[in-house]
Design a protein around this ligand. Structure first.
Ligand SMILES: [Zn+2]
Length: 503
């Protein structure tokens, strides 16, 4: 048995005006062959999960490690990025035909300058190459956009079941196990997909508590009772300006009837709870007031999700920092900003220098910048390991990094931000969040696993940016308004599409 594994993963944000270039992608590297094992085997990522399931399989498959390319979320990817990936993947496939399976890890919410649904298009081309006898099994993020094209060209598609995402490895493992089952078992699993016409702000739900947790619990119950093999509930991330958006549900079962029945139940449950996915955002000034209040437990975490690089925003908005500085900043505060030029300038000046810096709006001209007199407190290479629990031990690279102090405000200035939800973004640069009164976190929900343990209080602030939770005020041009929240029908008109059953 011969299986090829590969990854092509980025989350796009249509509202970030800076396209994601091949150069931007290459900052996180590109791997193939033995380097894939060296980099990902045993690590908490989807590729790690693929490798584990394949290596422990009694069928002892030969594993071909195809190209792995993953990038920090960002603006729409240049088509040259997808073309580059395909130029690597196509020969890797054709040189290894016939393949029994190809297991692919996507984010699922990528947009390129040519394709609204590149994952669907890539999978369609892969299917053409490998034929119907090979099993295509796909792992995605829970925030993926799943299209009919993707479903019709795969046999298996499954997503993370947690948000904050902590099951990257487990998802890779589930996808590989089910892919192997499709290849080897006499009774073939069936995948049913039901689209749901809604998008909601990503920060409005999680699987720790509330409505979304209830839906995931419902699916996990079906799994435990062996009514289904597996499932996914997709909430399409809402910053894609595409003409056929949807959230959706996927169920894998041993009959079309069961797969469709339970996918419908989950889809109806998701749609019925749509009004529960709303957010109460706090004005920035209100959060600052809490940081100043000795009665409030510290640190106050100010969530700036609208400028979250995890959601593809530029990470260069100093709107919060400007208000902190204007308030007089009598408390200790920490924030972070993407600003290549400022980071390089600090490195040129050296530790201990004082100089004027203009910080922010380095990538998105609509972002707010601040001009400050700052002290260069420390300099770093920007390479650190995440503490997790999500992705614990994985390496992040944020380029040349400096900590600048402006009075009581410490600012991590980096060339390109990553690992936003992980406290090591601060700790690795000498900023211990628990010793601060106010800490700005530019993330939607990922931060909760780590920060809920250390936070005094968490305040979701009403900040500007490309990943704003205020969907009705985002500048959509192509997205049709026949979906929730623009259209609010009482009943879900549902239809089901089945992925082809493995031969
Ligand atoms: Zn996600």
């Amino acid at each position: 048995m011969k299986i090829l594994i590969t990854e092509f993963r980025q989350e796009s944000n249509s509202f970030n005006p800076t396209n994601s270039t091949l150069e931007f992608w290459m900052q996180t590297g590109e791997y193939e062959g033995a380097d894939v094992r060296a980099q990902f085997d045993g690590y908490p990522c989807a590729i790690g999960g693929f490798l584990h399931a394949l290596d422990e399989s009694e069928h002892k498959p030969e594993v071909i490690c195809g190209t792995v390319m993953a990038c920090q979320s960002g603006g729409v990817a240049e088509q040259s990025v997808m073309d580059h990936y395909m130029s690597k993947l196509i020969p890797q496939i054709t040189e290894n035909l016939p393949l029994d399976g190809i297991f692919i890890s996507y984010h699922g919410a990528l947009v390129t300058t040519e394709y609204d649904d590149p994952e669907g298009e890539i999978t369609r081309r892969v299917r053409e190459l490998v034929g119907n006898s090979a099993v295509i099994s796909v792992a995605t993020d829970l925030h993926a956009y799943i299209s009919e094209t993707l479903v019709r060209n795969t046999n298996v598609v499954l997503a993370y079941l947690t948000y904050p995402h902590v099951d990257y490895f487990e998802t890779g493992y589930r996808v590989a196990k089910l892919g192997l089952e499709c290849i080897t078992s006499a009774v073939k699993p069936v995948t049913a997909w039901v689209p749901v016409p809604m998008i909601v702000p990503a920060a409005a739900y999680n699987t720790l508590k509330g409505a979304f947790k209830e839906i995931i619990d419902f699916g996990n119950n079906l799994k435990q009772q062996r009514k289904i093999i597996d499932f996914s509930v997709y909430q399409m991330q809402p910053w894609l300006d595409i003409p056929t958006p949807n959230s959706s549900v996927v169920v894998a079962a041993y009959s079309q009837e069961d797969a469709a029945k339970y996918a419908q139940q989950l889809a109806e449950l998701l749609y019925a709870k749509r009004h529960e996915f709303s957010l109460q955002l706090m004005p920035i000034a209100e959060v600052i007031k809490r940081a100043n209040d000795p009665q409030v437990m510290k640190p106050v975490i100010l969530v700036d999700s609208a400028d979250s690089c995890n959601a593809g925003a530029a990470g260069d908005n100093m709107a919060v920092a400007a208000e902190i500085l204007a308030s007089g900043c009598e408390f200790r505060a920490a924030t972070v900003v993407n600003d290549e030029k400022a980071a390089q300038k600090a490195h040129k000046l050296g530790v201990g220098a004082r100089a004027e810096f203009t910080l922010g709006a380095s990538r998105d001209k609509r972002s707010q910048a601040v001009t400050v007199q700052a002290y260069v407190k420390s300099l770093h290479d920007g390479v650190f390991r995440q503490e997790g629990p999500a992705g614990r031990g994985m390496t992040q690279r944020i380029g040349l990094t400096a900590v600048l102090s402006v009075g009581n405000l410490d600012i991590v200035v980096c060339e390109w931000m990553a690992g936003n939800g992980d406290p090591q973004l601060y700790r690795a640069h000498g900023i211990e969040p628990t010793l601060y009164d106010l800490v700005v976190v530019k993330a939607s929900t990922s931060f909760r696993v780590a920060y809920e343990k250390l936070a005094g209080i968490i305040c979701e602030a009403n900040t500007p940016g490309s990943a704003s939770s205020d969907l009705k005020h985002l500048p959509f041009e192509r997205l049709p308004k026949n979906i929730y929240p623009w259209t609010d029908k009482n009943i879900l008109d549902w239809s089901v599409v089945f992925a082809p059953i493995a031969e």
